[in-house]
Design a protein. Structure first.
Length: 760
């Protein structure tokens, strides 16, 4: 921990009135910030002039052909225009706190200002060093025990282009006496800031263990582990920005994909990377990951048992067998019969089944029709008697034409091997008869759950697929291949359901087509680096979906097993091992909880330890002196009690208040922001979410509603409750529903641990 030396001033000191050291230091930093913004304005004007000049390089009124020498001029024009546009995009970005740090070095009294992008003056001398550059590394790594040549680290707090405060850490106790050290330390000041509805970058307050993970090599697999509040998500996003800065050519051309648990989460983090100077990243939630092939996404969650079934690796074999099962169960299509020159030729069910299996082993379903047709013709030809062929002087070409012209053959082929979409294929699992054939070993009640979880067609025949369904549909696309386009259908200009797709599409996406051009390759978009957040919740089927987006990628995997919502970690481990193979692996464990006050985290840690004694429990670095409040109410009084507690919290905290509920109660919590005044006035501050939607988020205060149903309605059980309990940065209220039928001594260990802290 860095030592800090705070300058204090007494109001009756004449010397203090004459020279205020804090104001003096702020004025000095303001002068430098003004110089940076002036240079930035000059750079922007120069970039605009370059953009204008690029448009003058080549003009032509030709629309059909160009001369060879004109092609060179066109290339130069486009290159100038691209570089100018790219530089303008960087300069015009909204960089919250463009200059945020200063490092004073002992040797030569060098001063380095650190910021979100690098800025140089007219003589190419650095005014601001990009935070990702090696020269900025001591700003994050230096400590009092290992100062790395630095004497003081200063964090500037800015509002727009004005310096409003400074916080210093003294790194070298032998520093000159005239070097002022001001404030209580940047980290603690940042931790006390009120939260809002967006995640903010921590670029000014990155700690040494976090910086080590951020700057790790890109090759192979980097795992960032740690308990709640350790900053895993924001560290991972800073890592993405660092990798793009360090390996620009490889990663920008190949693309970087960031995957999070939900659309709520993606909206929460979407401003972090642009604020760090990066917009060449694609952000998708798990439910929207397959929009590249499905043209739609989902944020709807199945009930826990169905979600677990659909996430299991047993679905791989089930879907393979589903595709191998003919669409029609009509006995007329269990065999093929044609007549050629009076000869009745028949292919029975066993031969057809072997044919189907052989074709599917070598072809994607939707690309196998020609092979199917040819195989059937070959088998029918082999059954044609030799004497009939000789007597009619029948050629193979004539035979094929006679067979394919018959309505019976065409009808059979259409019914036995029709073009199939992934959605039509998965919809077949709504029929118990189909599930019985493709999953004979599945327990009876699981078959019922699976069939009931397949959504019925809604308006315009669309089905409301769930997040878990997206991975199954993506698996089916991989088995089936893209469905052939209907040449008579009008192609939509916009993506169907695109308004539901939670994806951030950047400039880089418009410049690079990441979709494989080879029709024999997988149709999914692919990326050079894939960052997966809340990885402990990714099911084995979703890991397979992820692998298709990064078959040659490097990976950053972020998670905490103690917060997992998927109940079979051994399956997940197998899926991850299959994904990473023998690639180099490195793991960074974050040990400090910067989010939760000790009072809140101690309670959460006691709860999770009852079911997961090996949980990675970080150390909470601060205390508020306010204990969590635990209360019970009845279901009929639930809304009134939520309102009472929210009103109280609004008076106690300045930032956001999360009301975290099990899915069965979220409709009640949503009345807080959709009901009559004054509740609707809380819309910007009070955020009702389910426990799964709260993953990765944080609030100044949280009301956790009905812990028993939170545990019961999630496959992760107590681990998901642990997530809910660790969301607040200041105050926690737990509101349970009384169950008079359960004596206190008969409660589950986690429940006994939780309610032992109640005062009522």
């Amino acid at each position: 921990m860095s030592h800090t030396r705070e300058i204090s001033l007494t109001s009756d000191s004449s010397a203090a009135r004459a020279v205020d050291p804090v104001a003096q230091e702020i004025a000095a930093e303001q002068a430098h910030v003004d110089r940076v913004y002036a240079q930035l304005k000059s750079d922007t004007a120069a970039a605009k002039r370059l953009a204008d000049a690029s448009r003058q390089i080549y003009h032509s009124d030709r629309t059909t052909w160009v001369r060879e020498e004109d092609s060179t001029a066109m290339f130069e024009r486009d290159a100038f225009a691209f570089n100018a546009a790219r530089r303008l995009a960087v300069l015009d970005s909204e960089h919250e706190g463009l200059v945020f740090g200063r490092l004073d070095l002992a040797e030569g009294q060098e001063v380095r200002h650190i910021g979100r992008i690098g800025v140089r003056d007219a003589n190419y001398e650095p005014l601001v060093i990009d935070w990702r550059a090696p020269a900025a590394e001591p700003f994050y790594r230096a400590t009092a025990t290992s100062p790395m040549g630095a004497t003081r680290r200063r964090v500037l707090r800015c509002r727009d282009d004005r310096v409003i405060g400074i916080e210093d850490d003294l790194l070298d106790p032998e520093n000159p006496e005239d070097l002022p050290v001001i404030g209580e330390g940047a980290l603690m000041a940042a931790l006390s800031r009120a939260r809002d509805t967006r995640m903010h970058s921590i670029v000014a307050t990155i700690q040494a263990e976090q910086d080590e993970a951020i700057r790790a090599p890109y090759q192979g697999v980097t795992t960032i582990a740690g308990g709640p509040g350790t900053g895993k998500t924001v560290v991972a996003l800073h890592r993405a920005a660092f990798l793009l800065y360090t390996h620009r050519a490889r990663l920008e051309n190949g693309g970087v994909l960031v995957v999070g648990p939900s659309a709520v989460f993606m909206n929460y983090i979407e401003r972090v990377l642009p604020s760090l100077g990066e917009d060449s990243v694609t952000l998708r939630s798990v439910g929207d990951l397959a929009t590249d092939v499905l043209r739609r996404g989902s944020d709807r969650l199945d009930e826990s048992r169905a979600a677990t079934l659909k996430g299991s690796l047993q679905m791989v074999g089930m879907l393979d067998r589903l595709v191998g099962l003919p669409l029609s169960a009509d006995p007329a299509f269990l065999s093929l019969r044609v007549t050629v020159k009076g000869e009745v030729l028949t292919l029975k069910a066993a031969a057809l089944a072997r044919t189907r299996a052989r074709i599917l082993s070598r072809n994607k379903y939707n690309r196998g029709l020609d092979a199917v047709k040819q195989s059937l013709l070959d088998q029918l030809w082999s059954r044609m008697p030799d004497d009939a062929i000789a007597s009619y002087e029948l050629t193979r070409e004539d035979f094929d034409e006679m067979v394919t012209s018959q309505a019976s053959f065409r009808m059979f082929l259409h019914a036995w091997w029709p073009p199939m979409s992934a959605e039509d294929e998965l919809a077949r699992l709504s029929e118990r008869a189909v599930i019985d054939r493709v999953a004979p070993d599945l327990p009876e009640d699981d078959r019922e759950v699976l069939a009931a979880s397949i959504p019925a067609p809604g308006e315009h025949g669309r089905r409301d697929w769930s997040v878990a369904d997206m991975a199954l549909l993506d698996e089916l696309v991989s088995i089936l291949g893209p469905a052939p386009a209907d040449p008579s259908a009008d192609q939509p200009v916009f993506i169907e359901g695109g308004e539901e797709v939670g994806e951030l599409v950047t400039v880089a996406d418009t410049l690079t087509d990441r979709r494989n051009a080879d029709s024999d390759e997988e149709p999914q978009d692919t990326f050079a680096h894939v960052l997966v957040d809340e990885a402990q919740d990714i099911t084995p089927m979703q890991w397979r979906m992820l692998r298709r987006r990064g078959p040659q990628a490097s990976w950053t995997i972020v998670g905490d097993p103690a917060q997992s919502a998927y109940p079979y970690p051994e399956e997940t481990d197998a899926a991850v091992a299959d994904l990473t193979g023998h690639a180099p692996r490195r793991t960074f464990r974050l040990t400090k909880n910067y989010r939760s006050p000790a009072e809140v985290f101690d309670l959460a840690a006691e709860v999770i330890s009852t079911v997961y004694p090996d949980a990675d429990l970080p150390e909470a670095v601060r205390s508020t002196g306010v204990q969590p409040e635990l209360a019970r109410t009845s279901r009929q009084d639930l809304m009134d009690q939520i309102v009472i507690h929210v009103r109280k919290l609004i008076e106690q905290v300045d930032g956001t208040i999360g009301v975290i509920c099990p899915p069965s109660l979220i409709h009640i919590a949503r009345q807080l922001v959709s009901g009559p005044e004054p509740l609707a006035a809380w819309h910007d501050q009070v955020i009702p979410v389910t426990t799964m939607q709260a993953k990765g988020l944080e609030y100044d205060a949280a009301v956790v509603v009905d812990p028993d149903d939170i545990v019961a309605e999630s496959p992760g059980g107590v681990r998901v409750l642990y997530v809910a309990l660790t969301r607040p940065t200041q105050r926690l209220v737990v509101l349970g529903l009384r169950d008079p039928t359960v004596p206190a001594g008969d409660r589950a260990p986690w429940s006994a641990a939780l309610w032992s802290h109640a005062t009522d």
